[in-house]
Design a protein around this ligand. Sequence first.
Ligand SMILES: [Mn+2]
Length: 368
Amino acid sequence: MPEIHEARRRRAQEKIVEVGADAALITSRQNITYLTGLASSNAAVLIPADGAAVLATDSRYALAAERDCPDLELIIERFVETRLATEATTRGMRVVAFEAHEMTVQRHAELTKTLTLVEFGQAIEELRVSKDPTELELIATACRISDQALSDTFRLIRPGLTERALAAALDRRMAELGAARPAFDTIVASGPNGAIPHHSPVDRPLRRGDLITMDFGAMYGGYNADMTRTVALGEPAGWQREIYDLVATAQRAGIDAARPGADVADVDAAARDLIRDAGHDEHFQHGLGHGIGLEVHEAPLMGYGRTGKLGTRVPVTVEPGVYLPGKGGVRIEDVLVTGDSLHLLTKTTRELLVLLAMETFTWPPRTT
Ligand SMILES: [Mn+2]
């Protein structure tokens, strides 16, 4: 929808004027998608402070660019940045704002041969924080696919199934339900592996008595979901139920605190203080959550030491965990959208699911 992207570029132009540049050279892949509609692994866009934008991408994306960005001046060229630097000079733009966090030292050196570069900061990322209805609908769809894939995969969970097979089953189900791809490498962490927050699935077979943490999400229409559930395989031990209930209570407190106007450090504290008061301070060391959209992790980041207040229509995750080295762990994560009322996009129950499948599963299935 070109008019949406044009409106976004107009807001970007206000930021370009603010930093005193003649133009901005946008090189972040997600920012290019946000401002033009094009998803390309090799593109850059030159946005003048005043006037029409110029999009450069290579021939592999020419047809997609003509289709998705009919309103833009298009340059098909492999060396997108140097070409746009030349275009800027030719058109009398000398001072160009650039994205330092999306630029190598080498490319920067090349561009400064012809341009005066000034830092644009994360101006476009700031525009992206609060989502429009189209974006919220895409994120909601990505979350619906994730919820459904999890619910369809529960029945597979039984002793003998490996972490890797369970992760593959989740990924496959998300694809069948319409996901473009998993938003990130799916985490399945069982038993003692659950103590590693970002464990990569291995060939460990699930065992009765395990807690199993699944952290995954679908990507849909360029937008991401990110959710985590921890389930028990067989009746949980006392310590397992205890940390589960603690994390669930902390997560609820974090969700309730994530309101427009709230300081991100206070949202983090709402959950973290409960975990600390239960004696598990050292067992929860990562941030409470993050914004989500075109990127899985984007502004605002919610953790201690982070600053800023939540706005409205901001999708954020809330994902406290407790990790006991050598024993296991629990994490529960949802996506909510800030607003006047509670608006959770991931809806799978947060009660502890106790899976009682008693037969052993062989993977891959035996062929006879
Ligand atoms: Mn997350």
